[in-house]
Design a protein around this ligand. Structure first.
Ligand code: F6P
Length: 382
């Protein structure tokens, strides 16, 4: 257990919580846990609407962008998907999208204003729940003097220094259920089904869901794929009497001599990934002559009720954040280090992303099962 800044056990009487970036199942469990653990210490708790937008656009919200988080307000919410506070990935306070008089947009650093606004409201500390973007913001605010603890959230599971993020298990569970269903229709029609899943630049969702459902090919950003290698698997299966093939593709998967597939980019937002599933399907049809269909699971992976595992992780993270604040820690992220929840400096946790380790046990298992990753395994070279 470590912390970059130990603020000393100073009194806290009021905290705020915000949820930022793409939502993930388990956010409401964190909100409930933070609220109850804080209230059980006699602290007051408020939520901030829509990431930090509630603070910047108080006139657009009731109660000036804050929500009183009473015990009643968080009753019975742990099993609900989404976030009762709302979220946004268009409200980065360090690069806040601001429209100029001529209609163009610039990004303005509004972090000092945010800190001042929290001080005006008598808030002693902030618990911020988010992915890499939100946690980098949290670290920036910490460096500017705000007392802050981060909670790692993302379906992508790509945050470093924590074994898992909440939301990932729910996404994998749902994706593998969908792939199960696609197996039956793929078998009936003797088709190739290509399933595109989220995950940004990491292949965690594709790998885990694909393996759990028994996919034949899994394409992940960590391994550039050659479409002819995937086509060989389809053709080989056909020769062996299996007329169908299921291919799972991570949205960030890249062909060996091509580029990541994107849909577009809005002001103040990260580039939107998508489209690789259709490209893979088109390539397979061309090379194998087989009928191919594409299914993009997209935001379905972020919706719905969290699994018990994600609810529990959210509850554990939320209470651990309050314990960290109570013991004087600042500028840290709570993290799963089985069997414990620890905390690590935000600066360390946000230094790099966590990709699928190619020599890890899960990948080795996949290789043993001869799942195709669109590359040529040395031991299966002709
Ligand atoms: O980071 C979570 C995530 O769902 C990614 O897997 C995906 O690329 C992105 O968010 C989609 O974001 P948006 O909600 O802006 O479409």
């Amino acid at each position: 257990m470590s912390s970059v800044a130990f603020a000393g056990v100073s009194s806290i009487s009021r905290i705020a919580i915000s949820t930022g970036g793409g939502d993930a199942p388990g956010l409401n469990a964190v909100i409930r846990s933070v609220t109850l653990a804080a209230r059980n210490r006699g602290w007051d708790v408020v939520g901030i609407r829509d990431g930090f937008n509630g603070l910047f656009l108080p006139e657009d919200y009731p109660r000036g962008g804050f929500v009183d988080l009473s015990r009643q307000a968080v009753r019975g919410i742990s099993h609900l998907g989404g976030t009762i506070l709302g979220s946004t990935n268009r409200g980065n306070p360090i690069a806040y999208p601001t429209q100029n008089d001529d209609g163009s947009w610039t990004e303005v650093d509004r972090s000092e204003e945010l800190i001042a606004r929290l001080a005006e409201e008598g808030i002693d500390a902030l618990v911020t729940v988010g992915g890499d973007g939100s946690l980098k913001i949290a670290n920036h605010l910490h460096e500017r003097g705000l007392r802050v603890v981060g909670v790692p959230k993302t379906i992508d599971n790509d945050l470093d220094k924590t074994t898992a993020t909440f939301g990932f298990d729910t996404a994998v569970d749902f994706a593998s259920n969908c792939i199960d269903r696609l197996f039956t229709t793929a078998t009936s029609h003797g088709r190739v089904m290509v399933v595109e899943v989220m995950g940004r630049d990491a292949g965690w969702i594709a790998l885990h869901a694909g393996m759990a459902a028994g996919a034949h090919c899994i394409l992940i950003p960590e391994i550039p794929y050659a479409i002819d290698v995937v086509a060989e698997t389809v053709a080989e299966r056909e020769r062996n009497g299996s007329r169908f093939t299921v291919v799972v593709v991570a949205e960030g998967a890249v062909p060996v001599d091509g580029e990541i597939s994107t849909i577009g980019k809005a002001v103040g937002q990260a580039v939107q990934l998508g489209g690789v599933g259709s490209k893979v399907a088109a390539g397979l049809t061309e090379l194998t002559g087989k009928e191919t269909r594409t299914v993009v699971l997209g935001h379905l992976l972020r919706g719905g009720s969290p699994t018990a595992l994600d609810r529990l992780l959210g509850l554990r993270f939320g209470a651990a954040a309050i314990r960290a604040l109570e013991s004087g820690h600042d500028g840290v992220m709570v993290a799963l280090d089985p069997p414990n929840v620890i905390h690590v400096p935000l600066a360390e946790a946000t230094r790099k992303m966590k990709n699928v380790p190619l020599e890890g046990d899960t990948m080795l298992t996949a290789r043993d099962l001869r799942i195709n990753f669109g590359d040529r395994m040395p031991d299966v070279l002709p």
